[in-house]
Design a protein around this ligand. Structure first.
Ligand code: 13P
Ligand code: SF4
Length: 304
């Protein structure tokens, strides 16, 4: 079936079922094109809670659909592919986190939203790449903070706080492997370009950036900067929104490897099947959902 036909069928079914389609900025262009809402990982879950739709179809990765289920337990949350996982979220297990807590009894645990519901449930508070520093500094009584699972985000945050940050050893297998050599080559080729990077990149890469921020932060930076060329240090799917917002600017990917393959497993066909067969339902059990929601709510209460 052609894209256009699939897109039309999906939009029709979404309406009939009172469903919304949420798409992360890394999704395939043809999916972002027909989404009701696009956004970064957390914004999508918050938007999901606001809608009066009965069904949420999440075109993202598993942890994002779980967050939607944690925040909106009365809605049916569907993910079109169960294998759309996140390598970073898989880099910590509950038993590892419990052990790390025992080894650092005086540390607070700050968990990046790129984590499973079970890990969130074992955490003091969650954070996103957009609010990590604010979240850490909001822990007034904590001198030590264990940040999981992304070591790069933890190390980046530690540059701007007096608290002792203990980084977990995890990383995103898409962002972590962008190299300073690649960036140097890009900068030589495009000397007038500014470089915007996601904090999941390695520290040596972040050192070379003109701007470091979440996907929504990079999108804002691209709108506001007067640079006409921008080297983009995050997943290639973000180009859809960047080009749409700034047709006159030139966007260059920092690496050919910036592709989140698991997110891109999801196709238009999968979304259509998901709506026809009402699969795959993501439902976080209450004993996990309640403590996980507490960690997410605590993050949402952090002002600024
Ligand atoms: P954002 O929260 O910045 O959208 O990042 C999500 C993500 O998975 C980055 O790799
Ligand atoms: Fe996870 Fe990395 Fe994909 Fe983001 S880009 S969803 S952190 S694997």
């Amino acid at each position: 079936m052609e894209y256009l036909e699939l897109q039309k069928k999906i939009r029709k079914l979404l309406k009939e079922r009172n469903a919304v389609l949420l798409a992360h900025y890394y999704q395939r262009d043809e999916i972002q094109e027909i989404a009701d809402i696009q956004g970064d990982s957390l914004a999508l879950s918050i938007e999901a809670a606001r809608t009066d739709a009965d069904i949420i179809v999440f075109a993202g990765v598993l942890f994002m659909a779980e967050s939607a289920s944690i925040i909106s337990p009365d809605k049916t949350v569907l993910i079109p592919r169960l294998d759309a996982g996140c390598s970073l979220a898989d880099m910590i297990t509950v038993s590892q986190l419990k052990r790390a807590r025992e080894e650092n009894p005086d540390a607070s645990v700050v968990t990046y939203v790129n984590s499973s519901a079970e890990i969130k449930a074992e955490s003091d508070i969650c954070c996103t790449s957009a609010n990590a520093l604010r979240v850490v500094n909001s822990l007034k009584d904590a001198k030590k903070v264990l940040m999981v699972p992304d070591g790069n985000l933890a190390r980046y945050t530690s540059r701007f706080t007096d608290k002792e940050i203990i980084p977990w050893d995890g990383y995103c297998s898409v962002h972590h492997f962008v190299t300073p050599e690649e960036i140097r080559r890009m900068k030589d080729k495009y000397p007038r370009a500014k470089f915007a990077a996601h904090p999941e990149c390695a520290p040596q890469v972040l050192d070379m950036a003109d701007f470091v921020g979440s996907t929504s932060g990079i999108i804002r930076f691209a709108r506001e900067t007067d640079a006409e060329e921008i080297i983009v240090g995050t997943e290639i799917g973000i180009m859809y929104q960047l080009k749409k917002d700034n047709p006159e600017k030139r966007f260059i990917s920092a690496s050919d490897n910036l592709i989140c393959h698991t997110m891109k497993y999801i196709t238009l066909e999968d979304i259509l099947n998901s709506l026809v067969e009402m699969k795959h339902v993501i439902k976080v059990p209450e004993e996990v959902r309640i403590p996980a929601k507490k960690a997410l709510d605590r993050m949402l209460d952090v002002k600024g």
